[in-house]
Design a protein around this ligand. Structure first.
Ligand code: ADP
Ligand code: MG
Length: 332
């Protein structure tokens, strides 16, 4: 009698084990990737988990709709085009984006200025870049700046300034993508929108920071981090040469001309996509010394690379940054 019972237990234990294996293989994560072009840049998605094929599809829809319907100045149907040509009521999303960007504009004392659209247009970046006449820059600058924007509840007026998401839109897209992934069964994901990346999931990630002098695939250091947003702004990203001088696309809001300082790239690590994108631009404008203090105030980590190939890293990620190109070294 006793013997019989133990056989039953053994059998049920074996079937349980089989069941466990079946369940385990059913929940083994799937991995799916997709690349596409949107927001004037290349976007790559790699996701792991049961919902990864759906996530890749949904992310494409989300980014295309956000670009053409909300953020893009090139799209006539976008919310920002309507705001720039007169103002009006903001959607809930737009209200949040503008309020966060105004906060960064004020805290950076105008270094991050998202209403320089008319000045950027004069330089023709993304189109036909060229050196504009000084008088044109001065005239456009007078009408520009986030300080011109007035907000009353959910009503906004740009008052002649042209709002531009060039320096924060990629981060905004990544914030929205993170919310989408939170609603799906996704274990890990890496999404890159131009120079901004979302690292999503429980594991530790390692990302390469691009070589300012090399081709887009080569990097000069790696950063290891748990889930975060990582954005890089660099003067190498969009530039042109005229009369023996190089002009790039990150503008000094005080002059309307490209920022001229010691920096070639700034990388910001943050738990917020908009902040990582906007602060990489703001810290570039501020320079390493002021930029370091500013990033600290925002609880972000930051890496500055200067034209002498010196690398300055904030304390919080010092041990996570490894230089992989021996022509670069840490600043003293
Ligand atoms: P990228 O678009 O190459 O990732 P950034 O995030 O630094 O680089 O954004 C640069 C873009 O932001 C420019 O192309 C321009 O549209 C806009 N811009 C330029 N200067 C500023 C500035 N000081 N503050 C905010 N936006 C800026
Ligand atoms: Mg930026």
């Amino acid at each position: 009698m006793k013997k019989k019972k133990s056989i039953i237990i053994a059998v049920s234990a074996a079937s349980l084990l089989c069941l466990a294996i079946a369940v385990y293989s059913a929940i083994l994560p799937k991995k799916t990737s997709v690349d596409f072009f949107s927001m004037n840049t290349y976007i790559t998605v790699s996701a792991e988990g049961k919902d990864s094929p759906a996530a890749c599809e949904e992310i494409q829809k989300l980014v295309n709709n956000l670009d053409s319907g909300v953020l893009s100045r090139q799209s006539e149907e976008s919310e920002i085009s309507a705001i720039n040509s007169g103002g009006g009521k903001m959607s809930e999303g737009m209200r949040r984006y503008i309020s966060d960007m105004l906060g960064i504009y004020e805290a950076s004392e105008g270094a991050f200025d998202f209403a320089l659209g008319s000045v950027s247009d004069l330089w023709g970046f993304g189109n036909e870049p060229h050196l504009p006449a000084d008088a044109e820059i001065k005239a456009a600058l007078k009408k520009s700046g986030a300080g011109k924007i007035s907000i009353n509840g959910d009503e906004i007026a740009a008052n002649g300034a042209v709002i531009d998401f060039g320096a924060a839109g990629k981060g905004i897209a990544l914030d929205e993508i993170k919310s989408l992934l939170n609603s799906m069964k996704i274990k890990n994901a890496v999404v890159s929108v131009g120079g901004s990346i979302l690292l999503y999931g429980e594991k530790d990630f390692t990302v390469g920071i691009r070589n300012p002098e090399g081709n887009p695939g080569s990097y000069i250091m790696t950063v290891s981090t748990p889930a975060a947003f990582v954005s890089t702004s660099g003067s190498y990203e969009q530039n042109f040469e005229e009369n023996g001088k190089i002009y790039h696309h990150i503008l000094n809001p005080e002059t309307g001309y490209p920022v001229q300082n010691e920096l070639v790239s700034v990388t910001v690590v943050s738990d917020n996509g908009l902040a990582s994108d906007a602060l990489s631009t703001a810290c570039f404008v501020l320079g390493a010394e002021k930029g370091m203090k500013f990033a600290e105030k925002y609880g972000c980590e930051v890496i500055f690379v200067d034209s002498d190939k010196k690398v300055t890293v904030s304390d919080g990620i010092k041990d996570s940054v490894k230089l992989t190109d021996n022509s670069y070294s840490f600043a003293e």
